[in-house]
Design a binder for this molecule. Structure first.
Ligand code: G1P
Length: 293
């Protein structure tokens, strides 16, 4: 049982977002909204609901709008107050108070492992969560919270996993090891985007991790891997050997919002969950599917 609290989360947000061009030409992909909430806000909210206090955002040039989103917008708030739209002004204010945001720059695009390493100083010598912005996970208990609970019970790093079809293993980091019950695996292998023949299992990591700070030293020792980049998964392989690691099959529905169809899937699912939108959206779907109005 590890008493160590997990107070910090690293959110890599330095990518160019080329998969979503042209939308990402002049705005960060993290600011693309699911209806009216930028994806990065949904990710930060998952972290905060999991008990995270400090969010370390790893950014790059042209990402300033993300920082502005989590700050006050005095002119806007003041104008809304004067127009008696206090509720909307409070939406803006609450974002500034959501968490303690620390921003660090990844100055060269050297890979996800390198992006996490850029946060080393801000994290220091304590366990921390990593949340990747392309994956939305909808669950009653936030996915990151589920992983923190396992971390505290087992005292070792934990990666969130989900089962994927055999043909899709090459899109993910894949874990291998020994199952301990229905949801937990003691991990001994991690492979970044293996071919179906090389994959040690069909359990894939969709971007949620709770890590021992020893990962930073492991990443310093990680050579460039797939695509010539320093891969987080390769660093995790070193960490698993050194300090042990678990994979946890989390409870929740995951949306791959880095993919166009996944993005539409998430948009519909989130709309159908909102009382103000569910009715009209169902009606629109009937219309588009040819059922008439
Ligand atoms: C990254 C990671 C991969 C992980 C995936 C989840 O890949 O390298 O291990 O499974 O995110 O979305 P990317 O999708 O950025 O290529």
């Amino acid at each position: 049982m590890s008493k160590q609290r997990v107070r910090k989360a690293v959110i890599p947000a330095a990518g160019l977002g080329t998969r979503f061009l042209p939308a990402t030409k002049a705005q960060p992909k993290e600011m693309i909204p699911i209806i009216d909430v930028p994806m990065i806000q949904l990710i930060v909210e998952e972290a905060v609901r999991s008990g995270i206090e400090d969010v370390i955002l790893v950014t790059a040039r042209h990402k300033e709008s993300i920082e502005n989103h989590f700050d006050h917008a005095y002119e806007l708030e003041d104008t809304l107050d004067r127009r008696a739209k206090k509720e909307l002004a409070d939406v803006s204010r609450s974002l500034a108070n959501l968490c303690n945001l620390i921003s660090v720059r990844q100055k060269h695009p050297l890979g996800l492992g390198h992006a996490v390493l850029c946060a080393a100083q801000a994290v220091g010598d304590e366990p921390f969560a990593v949340l990747l912005g392309d994956d939305l996970i909808d669950s009653e208990v936030p996915c990151t919270r589920q992983l923190i609970d396992v971390f505290q019970e087992r005292g070792a790093s934990v990666v969130g996993v989900m089962e994927v079809p055999h043909a899709e293993v090459s899109k993910y980091g894949i874990v291998g090891g020994r199952m301990e019950g229905d949801r937990l695996m003691a991990v001994d292998r991690l492979v970044e985007k293996p071919s179906p023949g090389e994959a040690p299992s069909q359990l894939a990591i969709p971007g949620r991790y709770v890590l021992d700070p020893a990962i930073f030293q492991c990443l310093r020792e990680t050579p460039a891997g797939r695509g010539g980049e320093i891969q987080l998964t390769d660093g995790l392989q070193i960490l698993a050997k050194r300090k042990g690691m678990y994979a946890y099959r989390f409870d929740g529905v995951r949306y791959d919002t880095g993919d166009r169809v996944g993005f539409i899937d998430a948009t519909l699912a989130y709309a159908l969950k909102r009382p103000d939108l569910a009715g009209p959206v169902k009606e629109l779907m009937r219309k588009h599917l040819g059922g008439g109005r």
